[in-house]
Design a protein around this ligand. Structure first.
Ligand code: 6PG
Length: 265
């Protein structure tokens, strides 16, 4: 029987408050990891929610830029769309515009998924880069110090979409995934074992369009094929959610749920 997952969540009043909370979370966790072992390896998601947070991390007028251990940081991606890096749908482009162009990361610290390539080739190349970057042997999994996820209104996370092949990929570290329901597109994504092996996994979720799905994922029956976000159960036993009031509107203060013990912090 798997150990009970402890889900802790905080609720900010609005989108701006959520972005600030997430910037603080990034800065605290990254500074802590860098202090503890001299470097910090972070994997980030794309979509729209993280953009405001990335902007705050890059903003010299905000406290978090100075707190971030940029010189000790390696930045990786959780997933990418199979598009070139200058495409409007590119997670890399979003991150570059919001943050990378404004912070002192060297090119070798930025590990981009090559969306411009055939997705299977891009996945294989990223897997090789992970193996090299983390010095992995055989079946070893990379352990990110911090891994940020989002959640789609269909319950997907990373590019683990409902009823897609990537949900069942547990041998590869990175896989290509065909997503018929989203522009019949291809994606490249970290697989569930890699995500769950991270030392600290947190969801960043905001907006009223996520309230229903968040309630279903956390409190509904477990159906990982239909609600892939339910696959996220970090080895640490703790899953953190940073939410805004709109997204958390249907959650209880505390209580048992489909995914585990839920506790508001
Ligand atoms: C992506 C993301 C994806 C995202 C969710 C939520 O490539 O789109 O990695 O998993 O986190 O779709 O996206 P929003 O933040 O835009 O709601």
């Amino acid at each position: 029987m798997a150990a009970k997952l402890k889900i802790v969540y905080s609720v900010e009043p609005d989108a701006a408050g959520l972005a600030r909370r997430a910037a603080q979370y990034f800065a605290e966790k990254c500074a802590g990891a860098a202090a503890a072992h001299g470097r910090v390896r972070v994997a980030i998601s794309g979509g729209s929610t993280p953009k405001a947070t990335f902007g705050l991390l890059a903003d010299p007028g905000q406290p978090w830029r100075a707190q971030m251990p940029w010189d000790k940081l390696d930045l990786w991606w959780v997933d990418e769309r199979s598009v070139p890096p200058d495409n409007a749908d590119s997670n890399y482009r979003m991150t570059r515009e919001a943050m990378l162009d404004k912070v002192p990361l060297k090119p070798e610290q930025i590990h981009r998924m090559e969306g411009e390539l055939d997705p299977t080739e891009a996945a294989a190349r990223y897997e090789m880069e992970l193996r090299n970057g983390f010095g992995l042997r055989d079946q070893e999994l990379p352990r990110f110090d911090l891994l940020q996820l989002g959640m789609g209104p269909d319950g997907h996370t990373a590019s683990l979409f409902p009823h897609t092949a990537a949900l069942h990929e547990t041998n590869q570290l990175v896989t290509a995934n065909h997503v018929e329901t989203v522009k019949d597109s291809w994606r490249v994504t970290l697989t569930q074992p890699v995500i769950n092996n991270a030392a600290d996994v947190f969801f960043l979720i905001g907006g009223q369009d996520k309230a229903e799905i968040l309630k279903e994922v956390l409190l509904g029956t477990v159906d990982r094929e239909r609600l892939p976000s339910q696959m996220i159960a970090p080895a640490s036993g703790i899953l953190t959610l940073l939410l805004d009031k709109a997204a958390a509107a249907l959650l209880p203060a505390n209580g048992e749920g489909g995914m585990g013990t839920i506790e508001r912090i």
